[in-house]
Design a protein around this ligand. Structure first.
Ligand code: MN
Length: 429
């Protein structure tokens, strides 16, 4: 089945701002609360949020095998379970409904009022209920930088790194959508030159510039997913800010890896951009530096050219970009990650989220965390307002954005924006 929704020549009857992340060729999926306090599944074209539950009730998806309530839910999990063929039929149909040559909805005032919302009338929610969350560590540049700072510059990359897409299991309970503020975590740290640990607010709160993919039901327990079939089970992607507390991390991570330094919050962009929409932006991954074991060898282009950037906005100040990177720099691609994750028979379900690990480029202006940008605080960033940052300060807002661009159109993710609040204070009773 062709992806007619990707037709670069298609125009819509909706007004689209120039350089929008959401032209009619994007058609992402999300969940939002409407002006009437109803939760619905929707898509976005330009600056309009579109209620798919209403469209379905009005018969616009007739002929596509969908249950009556598939879009009247507070998560996308069931729709994602329907599989790739259904995602593609629905996306193609949405493109048709909003095509400039289709007058059915365009000229029906009553239907339009029920289906279309402006962004200030809605509030984005978590798009899926995340059952399980895994964080990989797939940027060679990031792993090398962190290994140099936390361990030994001469042996920065551990011996397994070039053979295994290294990862760990995180917490899904603290994954939150853009716009929700995060409190500075407290925890246990070992100050330099001390011999007993102390408890208090983390002094080294950081972001990690990552992307995450969302899976459908992929396998039964015991059944590995072959690397070249892995993409059939990936619904789409979001931008992922994996908030981190570096001082807590440094003390706690031996020998089992990250724990409380990572699971206090991770923030995501709320619109899931489908793999179908990203199809025109396929590109090569870096060449493997070691012979890969057969289950990790893939054919074709399995990475995507996605421009990424992080901005910082101090309280009352203006936003400035502090780094630019690209998803295509990742050494391990999503197909290898999913093949590796399931090679032992671990089951993967609809709504599972797998993050890439911090995406750093090879140059200092493309590093994906403050830890790397300031080299563990030794080279503070100077901001336009004259202040300096080693890590993220209370009331700073971190904004991440991502988009693909070719000669024909731009497909973007919007943004994930979150403010770091001071340490949580219990409310007085
Ligand atoms: Mn991470």
């Amino acid at each position: 089945m062709s992806i007619s929704a990707n037709d670069p020549n298609r125009k819509t009857w909706l007004e689209i701002p120039e350089n929008s992340d959401f032209p009619i060729q994007n058609i992402p999926f999300g969940v939002f609360l409407t002006r009437d306090d109803v939760i619905t599944i929707g898509t976005r074209i330009g600056d309009y949020a579109i209620d798919l539950g209403a469209l379905h009730q009005l018969g616009y998806f007739d002929g596509i095998p969908l249950t009556d309530d598939i879009f009247l839910q507070d998560t996308l999990n069931d729709f994602i379970s329907d599989g790739k063929k259904t995602w593609r039929l629905v996306r193609n149909r949405i493109a048709d409904i909003f095509d400039e040559n289709n007058t059915a909805l365009k000229e029906n005032d009553d239907h339009r009022t029920r289906v279309l919302f402006t962004l200030d009338e809605i509030e984005m929610q978590m798009p899926v209920q995340v059952g399980d969350y895994t964080d990989f560590y797939s940027s060679k540049e990031h792993a090398t930088n962190v290994g140099s700072m936390f361990r030994d510059p001469d042996n920065a990359l551990l011996p397994n790194w070039l053979h295994i897409p290294v990862g760990y299991h995180g917490r899904s309970s603290s994954i939150i959508p853009s716009g929700i503020p995060v409190h500075r975590p407290q925890g246990q740290t070992m100050p330099a030159d001390a011999d007993t640990p102390v408890f208090g607010p983390s002094k080294r709160v950081d972001f990690e510039l990552e992307m995450a993919f969302i899976t459908t039901d992929a396998n039964h327990i015991g059944e590995p997913i072959p690397v070249d079939e892995a993409e059939d089970y990936i619904f789409g992607m979001v931008i992922f800010n994996d908030w981190s507390a570096r001082d807590i991390q440094k003390w706690e991570y031996v020998p089992l890896g990250p724990f409380l330094a990572k699971n206090f919050a991770s923030s995501i962009s709320p619109w899931i951009v489908t793999m179908d929409a990203l199809e025109p932006f396929r590109t090569e991954s870096p060449k493997p530096e070691k012979e890969l074991l057969p289950y990790l060898k893939y054919t074709g282009k399995k990475s995507f050219d996605i421009n990424l950037e992080v901005s910082l906005e101090p309280e009352g100040g203006s936003e400035e970009t502090i780094t630019r990177s690209n998803f295509k720099y990742l050494y391990w691609n999503m197909s290898q990650q999913l093949a590796h994750h399931t090679v032992n028979g671990c089951p993967v379900n609809s709504g599972d989220m797998m993050a890439s690990g911090t995406i750093s480029g090879s140059t200092e202006d493309s590093f994906g965390s403050m830890l790397e940008l300031t080299w563990s605080g030794s080279k503070p960033l100077k901001l336009k307002d004259g202040s300096e940052r080693k890590f993220i300060e209370d009331n700073d807002t971190v904004i991440m954005r991502g988009h693909c661009q070719n000669g024909q159109y731009r497909i973007g993710f919007g943004e994930v924006r979150s403010k770091l609040l001071p340490v949580y204070q219990p409310k007085k009773k």
